[in-house]
Design a protein around this ligand. Structure first.
Ligand code: CMX
Length: 136
């Protein structure tokens, strides 16, 4: 298992357009993509900060993962995503070490990446995501 770098930090927000203003007008970052991920029931906005991205997440359904998170905890850091080269290999290694997987097999996430989530109960209370990125 080898983590290459922090791919992104996911931040749950109530209103994507309002939150984008802070990142653009105050922090001086540029929103380079807005994308709806239908099966995750979120609308996302991406900013590049060095090699790491910030992903703002607005829920499109109060019963979706981000909708429930905001209802329970309010806005804030929702997940941490690590870049890995071979996600299937990482998932089988983790499963063999009794890490609780939300996704036993990778699925498509934002930006068309293969992703999988690890349950916060197995990761010191932080929802973690693996994103498959081939290092050139
Ligand atoms: N970070 C840390 N803990 C979290 C959490 C998060 N983001 N979301 C939920 N939890 C905790 C809850 O606080 C709760 O803890 P307690 O039992 O101590 O109260 C526990 O996990 C169960 O939470 P829940 O509200 O009952 O919610 P669910 O079990 O229905 O779902 C989770 C929790 C993490 C399994 C679900 O949100 C999930 O499958 N997430 C992965 C997918 C996802 O988050 N998609 C959105 C982002 C998509 C994208 O980036 O494109």
């Amino acid at each position: 298992m080898h983590v290459s770098y922090i791919e992104h930090i996911g931040i749950a927000v109530k209103n994507l357009q309002e939150s984008i203003k802070f990142y653009e007008n105050i922090l001086g970052l540029k929103c380079y993509a807005i994308e709806e991920v239908i099966d995750q029931r979120v609308k996302t906005a991406f900013f590049m900060v060095g090699t790491t991205k910030i992903e703002l997440l607005e829920s499109t359904d109060p019963e979706g993962p981000v909708g429930k998170f905001i209802e329970k905890k309010g806005e804030g850091i929702h997940h941490l995503a690590f870049a890995v080269e071979d996600i299937s290999h990482c998932l089988s290694e983790m499963e063999s070490k009794d890490i609780q997987l939300i996704d036993k097999t990778p699925r498509k996430g934002a930006e068309g990446l293969n992703i999988a989530f690890l349950h916060p109960k197995s990761t010191n209370g932080i929802l973690m995501e693996l994103c498959e990125k081939k290092i050139k």
